[in-house]
Design a protein around this ligand. Structure first.
Ligand code: SF4
Ligand code: SF4
Length: 253
């Protein structure tokens, strides 16, 4: 079971109690300092509990932002890479913001070790993955949408709705990382070269599988796809102005 260390200022104790109860209802083990036992060193117990936790959830508020204890706990979480910035203060104060949570199911830059967001333990065994939507809702956010990062039309529409929403809105962009060891790989797409108008719209994606072709249209290079690098995500096909990026079987029709 994932362990959450809840950091808060004493002025926010009632809200912390409510949040801890909500999180425990959702199945998480929550440690917050009301569990301190008499006779134990405050700082020592706090440090030990943070080290045992999978994430540090900080209730940022007008009170906690000036609390040395809360800042120290947040820094400890940040150094361990387990800090989850809380949305509590934004919700509480009616901030008008949109937060984009990029969930790629893996660990960036450090080699893909498993953690509470991957659904596997460090031994590779299945484990309950952190439910980010439930986590965000537990922080008080009521406007939450989850979208497939590769469905551009839905992403655009959802972002428009999120920005138009008054208050805190959260969009969870959900798609496994393309270089995850257990990557999702579909058949490579192809460019129907005679139809390509060299608009270069697809090249703006920055996908390494898209390269310039020797063929040109009105002086501009057309595009081709390196099948060895393409994972068939379809992003380029979604932005193609000539509808000329297709699956191999479709290019034969
Ligand atoms: S389908 Fe995806 S991976 Fe393949 S070329 Fe297009 S954008 Fe790149
Ligand atoms: S978006 Fe389509 S038409 Fe434009 S350059 Fe790419 S393949 Fe050609």
């Amino acid at each position: 079971m994932a362990r959450i260390f809840l950091s808060y200022a004493s002025e926010d104790r009632d809200r912390a109690r409510e949040l801890a109860a909500d999180l425990e209802t959702l199945g998480w083990a929550v440690w917050w300092d009301h569990k301190l036992q008499a006779g134990k060193t405050f700082a020592g117990v706090i440090e030990s509990e943070i080290k045992k936790s999978d994430c540090v959830l900080v209730l940022w508020s007008k009170a906690s932002i000036t609390s040395r204890w809360v800042r120290d706990e947040a820094n400890e979480g940040l150094e361990r890479g387990v800090l989850v910035p809380a949305l509590i203060d934004a919700v509480y104060n009616g901030a008008d913001i949109t937060v984009l949570l990029l969930d790629n199911h893996t660990t960036a830059m450090t080699g893909g070790q498993d953690h509470a967001g991957t659904g596997r333990t460090l031994r590779g065994e299945p484990a309950p993955r952190v439910d980010f939507e439930a986590l965000v809702r537990a922080a008080g956010v009521t406007w939450v949408r989850k979208v497939d990062s590769y469905d551009l039309a839905v992403v655009h529409q959802t972002l428009r709705e999120a920005i138009a929403h008054r208050g805190v809105s959260v969009v969870i962009s959900d798609r496994p990382c393309v270089i995850d060891p257990v990557r999702i790989k579909g058949p490579a797409l192809q460019v129907v070269e005679p139809q390509c108008n060299a608009c270069q719209s697809c090249m703006n994606l920055g996908c390494p599988a898209l390269t310039w072709s020797e063929a040109t249209f009105e002086g501009r290079h057309k595009v081709k796809i390196d099948a060895s690098l393409c994972i068939g995500c379809s992003l380029c096909a979604q932005v193609c102005t000539a509808d000329c990026i297709r699956a191999p079987e479709a290019t034969l029709q």
